[in-house]
Design a protein around this ligand. Structure first.
Ligand SMILES: NC(=O)c1ccc[n+]([C@@H]2O[C@H](COP(=O)([O-])OP(=O)(O)OC[C@H]3O[C@@H](n4cnc5c(N)ncnc54)[C@H](OP(=O)(O)O)[C@@H]3O)[C@@H](O)[C@H]2O)c1
Length: 307
């Protein structure tokens, strides 16, 4: 591929590492085309050092260590990225670790802070709590002062959620999920972070406290579902459906910078930690995809770029 050309308001990054996201699997098989203007190379995040800056970029210098949220182009040696989508890598953090941060932490920030306006004292249900986004959301929910209920198909993977501060764990294969949640929390939860998709709609509605929010981010278990508004009205529910990659660039930069303001200090002192399952060379991206497709992966798989 030709080297990327840095445009106005962009920086050119020498990538040290990128990380795998479930969206990459869908894009690879043609089910998730990149948005207009984005690179058609896979990869939604990266960490590295700034090689060059386009016109109009201020506040950064060549050689700065940064992590970046990308519209695409992360599985590469270089990428051009809007400066608003960069954050500095905290001192003492290596670039491989930093590469696991931008996509999942910004997604969880968008869902919990920007959409659901999660507040201290509220109850947050995180589905797929051991996933990349799930591990970020459990920690962020805890840091926002919420009581987190972590859910997974595999009870063995909920240990990691407890270690990250979840107060309750529930297994999603036992049936009667909402009933079990109501057994723990009779009032229900204020926010459901749905990382598994429409297949969980009925259960999610049954888990909701009055005035609650469902933030739906996944199509993993389908695309459509019948909605019974008579069930939603009494609890005054709000449904949010969001896609970070498809977000307008101005809002995307606001989300990255908003997370940075809130989260960089917490990452620096390790109140927030990216959970990394494996680190592989970029040349083994195929192996990384197979692992994510075929095995339970707790947290993220990072791909390291070697020159
Ligand atoms: N809308 C957005 O902006 C946005 C951004 C990022 C990610 N996402 C979506 O959020 C979800 C989580 O992303 P991620 O990158 O954290 O994913 P991931 O690490 O690949 O984890 C997905 C998890 O979902 C659970 N799961 C439940 N039902 C499943 C099924 N039928 N097939 C496979 N896994 C299933 C699994 O956890 P258990 O086995 O523990 O249940 C699995 O670990 C994905 O659907 C992703 O596409 C959306």
């Amino acid at each position: 591929m030709p080297d990327p050309v840095v445009g106005a308001g962009e920086v050119l990054l020498d990538i040290a590492a990128t990380a795998v996201n479930r969206a990459d699997l869908a894009q690879r098989v043609g089910n998730y085309p990149p948005p207009p203007g984005a690179s058609d190379i896979l990869g939604l995040e990266a960490a590295g050092t700034i090689r060059a800056m386009g016109p109009g970029v201020t506040g950064w210098s060549t050689g700065d260590r940064v992590m970046a949220l990308l519209g695409g182009g992360g599985y590469a040696e270089q990428v051009a990225v809007p400066a608003g989508q960069l954050l500095p890598v905290p001192a003492g953090m290596d670039l491989v670790t930093a590469a696991a941060i931008p996509e999942v932490f910004t997604t969880a920030w968008m869902a919990l802070s920007h959409r659901a306006c999660l507040r201290a004292g509220e109850h947050l249900l995180v589905h797929a709590a051991a996933s990349g986004v799930g591990t970020a959301a459990v920690q962020m929910g805890r840091e926002m002062g919420a009581a987190v209920v972590a859910a997974s198909r595999d009870p063995g993977r909920l240990d990691v959620a407890r270690a990250m501060g979840a107060e309750h764990e529930l297994t999603t294969t036992d049936g009667a999920f909402a009933e079990a949640l109501r057994g723990l929390l009779p009032g229900g939860v204020d926010v459901v972070l749905d990382l598994v998709g429409p297949g969980w709609w009925d259960e999610n509605v049954s888990c909701l406290a009055p005035g609650g929010h469902i933030v739906m981010l996944s199509l993993m278990t389908g695309r459509t579902v019948p909605v019974d508004f008579a069930r939603l009205m009494p609890c005054q529910a709000t449904l949010h459906v969001a896609g970070l990659r498809l977000t307008d660039p101005v809002l995307k930069a606001e989300l990255v910078q908003g997370f940075g303001q809130w989260g960089l200090g917490r990452l620096a002192d390790k109140r927030l930690r990216p959970v990394i399952a494996r680190v592989l060379p970029l040349a083994d991206a195929g192996t990384a995809h197979a692992l994510l497709e075929d095995t339970p992966v707790t947290g993220k798989i990072v791909l390291e770029v070697t020159r």
